[in-house]
Design a protein around this ligand. Structure first.
Ligand code: BES
Ligand code: MN
Ligand code: ZN
Length: 502
């Protein structure tokens, strides 16, 4: 979908008297005795003779997180409506994530509105922009009746003098936040596209178009090339489908690159489990098993858009995991790219098989960092739930990525790779088995499997997004139903951190 058109605006009485916006968004905080107006609401409050908080209290508002209350302006402002959105408890400081979620809730409530003036940016411009864009996102490509159109234009109050930053910096922040949110939407659109239309070759076509539009190197290996070059994991997993597998490589190579970062994302366009078939209940959710692929594709495009001074190369293995007469079987031994052999004990543990082919290929280019993300295990959801990703890998880099994920609101949590699980992956006849044969620590065992294919000394991270990548519940904050786009914002933040600090 298209994102709203963005602009900055003063947040004064004069500016409000002239705005062409239909709705003005203000933030409220939950104070001890009812709603309290957040910074940014002063000019609007003045138009209400300082009585806006009282009016909101009369209407039952409390300021609790994501509460939305609409007030008609009755001619006090050219905009017809003030939309008050709750930020939650009034504490020491409002966090960026509080702002992002409130802006998201407002963005959802603004469906059908053409233009909004958002004052939450006085608290945090980047978070307000990201939240507004992501909250207003809807995926209607497959509906005959599209319903209310999402917000078309958003003006953001320029952060006031209290918050540091020049006009130029605010413009740069607006642009970066817009590009980041757009990248999340690129990922969401791919995830939300159903598997009858999104399969390895069609994903490759969409990636090629994005690469061409953004000046990226693009390479696609088809099934013949995969065979010639020995990508046994991708070929094994993809063998059961009439729609053959692919391996993509997209590279952003600026003139001056301080570091090289490799990205790898799991691209199972549908995961039925294969011969080790999944139960029918919720199998449709496996349309999202390419969320890692969508995330790294969106991220390498974003790196080019924001011109990070880094070389960023995305490697994306794509396959459809289906049972058929040509499927790989439990008991098969696959020779992975690079020569290691794996005994397949469960065809539903397919992600790790396509991933290690791509990770070994990625490592050939000697990156400084390897970031891999995947909807890898149901055990991730059991351990951490639907909104917290599991972060594993080399310890220093793992902790750095987990901390950044906390800061972005994408909530990653560092997880160990316990040594004793390694022996459980021993195979009767190959170098390694693809599962342990028991349920314990399933997320960690998958991480240990991946580690077997990573050279000692390489800084790498594995982000298991099985839960956080796809929202099967109700919309919340800036997250609608379906694909969430996690961990695109965190990858962007990690790249920015590497660009700044090495
Ligand atoms: N794609 C699934 C993991 C998954 C489960 C993602 C739920 C999102 C929601 C993965 O390929 C899988 O099937 N993993 C197995 C591994 C097991 C066989 C060791 C699992 O988690 O059951
Ligand atoms: Mn599976
Ligand atoms: Zn899978």
């Amino acid at each position: 979908m298209t994102v709203p058109k963005l602009a900055l605006s003063d947040n004064t009485g004069e500016a409000l008297a002239k705005t062409r916006a239909d709705v003005v968004v203000v933030g409220t905080l939950a104070g001890e005795d009812g709603p309290v107006l957040a910074p940014g609401a002063a000019a609007v409050d003045a138009a209400f003779d300082g009585r806006l908080a009282g009016l909101l209290a009369t209407l039952g508002a409390s300021g609790k997180a994501e509460e939305v209350v609409k007030v008609p302006t009755l001619g006090k402002l050219p905009a017809g409506v003030v939309l008050a959105v709750g930020l939650g408890k009034q504490g020491d400081a409002v966090t960026p994530e509080q702002v992002r979620r409130a802006a998201g809730a407002a963005g959802r409530a603004l469906a059908g509105t053409d233009r909004a003036f958002v004052t939450l940016s006085e608290l945090d411009l980047q978070a307000a922009v990201e939240g507004t864009i992501l909250g207003s996102y809807v995926f209607t490509a497959y509906r005959s009746e599209k319903g209310d159109a999402p917000l078309a234009k958003a003006d953001f109050a320029t952060p006031g003098t209290g918050t540091a930053g020049t006009a130029r910096e605010h413009k740069a922040t607006l642009k970066a936040a817009g590009a980041i949110a757009e990248a999340v939407i690129v990922a969401r659109d791919l995830i939300n596209t159903p598997p009858n239309d999104l399969f390895p070759a069609s994903f490759a076509d969409r990636a090629k178009k994005l690469a061409e539009d953004n000046g990226l190197e693009f390479e696609v290996l088809d099934e013949k090339a995969l065979k010639r070059q020995g990508f046994g994991g991708i070929l094994g997993v993809g063998g059961g489908s009439s729609r053959p597998p692919r391996l993509l490589r997209l590279a952003y190579k600026p003139a001056k690159a301080a570091k090289k970062v490799a990205l790898v994302g799991k691209g199972i366009t549908f995961d039925s489990g294969g011969i080790s078939l999944k139960p029918a209940a919720n199998m449709d959710h496996m349309t999202s098993d390419m969320s890692g692929a969508a995330g790294v594709l969106a991220s390498v495009v974003l790196a080019a858009k924001l011109k990070y001074p880094l070389e960023v190369v995305a490697h994306i293995p794509l396959a459809e995991n289906l049972p058929s007469g040509t499927s790989y079987r439990p008991g098969d031994v696959l020779t992975m790219y690079g020569g290691k052999t794996v005994e397949v004990l469960n065809t539903d543990a397919e992600g790790r098989l396509v991933l290690v082919d791509a990770m070994v290929r990625a490592a050939e280019e000697n990156p400084d960092y390897l970031i891999e993300t995947s909807t890898l295990t149901g055990a991730q959801v059991v351990a951490l739930g639907n909104r917290t990703a599991g972060v594993m890998g080399s310890e220093g880099f793992r902790d750095r990525v987990a901390a950044i994920m906390q800061a972005t609101g994408e909530n990653g949590w560092a997880m160990p790779l316990p040594e004793e699980l390694r022996a459980d992956l021993d195979s009767r006849l190959a170098d390694l088995a693809n599962v342990t044969g028991h349920r314990w620590g399933g997320m960690l065992a998958a991480g240990i499997f991946l580690r077997e294919f990573v050279a000692d000394g390489l800084d790498w991270v594995h982000i298991d997004i099985a839960g956080p990548s796809f929202n099967t519940g109700s919309p919340w904050g800036y997250t609608g139903k379906g694909g969430t786009g996690v961990p695109v914002r965190s990858i962007a933040a990690v790249l920015a951190d590497i660009a700044a600090n090495g």
